[in-house]
Design a protein around this ligand. Structure first.
Ligand code: NZQ
Ligand code: ZN
Length: 381
């Protein structure tokens, strides 16, 4: 087992009605908040109203930035940071899914400076200060609510980069599964695929940490037991709660402890699909993971078989990959680009290969060569 430190300062409120506590938490931080959200789902599912009432009850002044897109882009974050800077806000509050939370994290480190958030993402400069961040999660998927990571896309540069810093942990996150009941079937399924992919990135990482492996398997089995049931009954609070809890645990450190690193090569591939064709994150992973496992069949057959045995009671890598594909299809996720409506002609294949090279797509453990990129593209068609 590798040496490790557990540090997760996020105060997580989970359950019915917990968002009502956000005003009190905010009043302990300051008097003025930048409230960030997406295109409007928060106004339909009640989360916006609950947050605003709770903040108003504590006389917190609110400045709003709305319109954050799924697969968030640099321009929105920079514009929101500039608004927050001019308005002299004391904190950033995110209400929405991973895209809004990730944007809030970049906004929080960008308000104290004057350059673009992209300079942080590319490593040109390091954050030294951040405004406190509060999160109200309305979509179970990314784990952003309890981790210090954020992912941002630069369309002109055709890059999507993940970045993490301890200053980017939310101070508190409020998770009321009732707010996720309005998530449509497609995004519910993408969220399930994403949380499974986070556990898998840990499984295919490096380092012998058997208890962590058991956490990983438990999370995948939970998602596989209850995910399909949720897809049959999207309004079931208990099922929403189970998936929300699983998604948070899949990327809050629990699936990494005692390992040197996760792999994260599949996320790199997925980000290229999002940059090029705006494919939702979870859907990019249900396409990329089976392709990646197929590429690794000869290289790490034992690890893939062990996964198949624990999750499905299967013996071979081929059967394991087949079972993952069946599962993703069963919940309504694509397992090929064709299933998303993208016809992969030669031009598109080359375009994807270029973007994979530009984004230096590889794993932390299982390195990917240019030949591997070609095989992967071929398998994802
Ligand atoms: O724009 P609005 O109106 O909010 O609609 C959103 C959006 O269209 C909608 N939605 C959210 N909550 C809803 C709802 N619709 C109805 N009812 C609700 N309660 O869902 C759509 C997708 O939202 P988004 O935030 O994009 O989804 P997700 O949570 O999957 O976030 C994806 C982003 O997170 C990044 C991804 O790369 C992607 O950019 N990731 C972040 C990670 C992290 N911070 O640790 C790790 C992940 O691997 C991932 O890379
Ligand atoms: Zn992910």
């Amino acid at each position: 087992m590798e040496n490790f430190v557990i540090y997760n300062p996020v105060k997580l409120y989970f359950g019915k009605g917990v968002t009502g506590k956000i005003g009190k938490t905010a009043s302990g931080i300051g008097k003025k908040a930048l409230l960030v959200y997406g295109k409007g789902s928060v106004k339909e599912n009640g989360s916006y109203q609950e947050v605003v009432s709770s903040l108003q009850a504590e006389n917190i002044e609110i400045v709003e930035y709305s319109g954050i897109r799924p697969n968030p882009v640099v321009e929105d974050v920079d514009a929101a940071a500039s608004l927050g800077r001019n308005e002299n806000v004391d904190m950033v509050i995110a209400v929405g899914g991973g895209s809004v939370l990730d944007s809030a994290k970049f906004i929080a480190i960008s308000i104290p400076v004057t350059h673009s958030c992209w300079d942080f993402a590319t490593g040109k400069t390091k954050p030294k200060k951040a405004l406190p961040i509060l999160g109200v999660l309305t979509l179970a998927a990314t784990g952003s609510e309890m981790n210090p990571f954020a992912v941002i896309q630069h369309n002109a540069e055709k890059k999507k980069i993940g970045f993490g810093h301890p200053l980017m942990f939310p101070g508190a996150s409020f998770l009321d599964p009732a707010f996720t009941i309005s998530v449509p079937a497609n995004y519910t399924a993408y969220g399930i695929a994403d949380l499974i992919a986070h556990a898998l990135e840990g499984w295919f990482g490096e380092g012998d940490s058997t208890l962590t492996d058991r956490f990983i398997i438990s999370i995948i089995r939970e998602a596989m037991d209850y995910g399909p049931k949720l897809m049959e009954n999207l309004t079931d609070y208990e099922l929403r709660a189970k998936i929300m809890y699983a998604a948070t645990m899949a990327l809050n450190g629990l699936t990494a402890q005692g390992k040197k690193t996760g792999d994260w090569g599949v996320h790199g591939i997925g980000h290229c699909l999002s940059v090029l064709w705006d494919i939702p994150h979870g859907a990019s992973l249900s396409i990329a993971f089976p392709a990646w496992m197929a590429l690794q069949t000869q290289r790490i057959p034992g690890r893939i078989s062990a996964l198949g045995k624990e999750v499905f009671g299967l013996q071979t890598p081929e059967d394991t990959i087949g079972a993952f594909k069946t599962f993703f299809r069963q919940i309504g996720c694509p397992v090929s680009l064709k299933e998303t409506g993208i016809q992969m002609n030669e031009t598109r294949q080359n375009e994807l290969l270029e973007v994979m090279a530009l984004n230096k797509v590889s794993g932390m453990v299982h390195k990917l060569s240019t030949d591997d990129h070609r095989i992967l593209v071929h398998r994802m068609i």
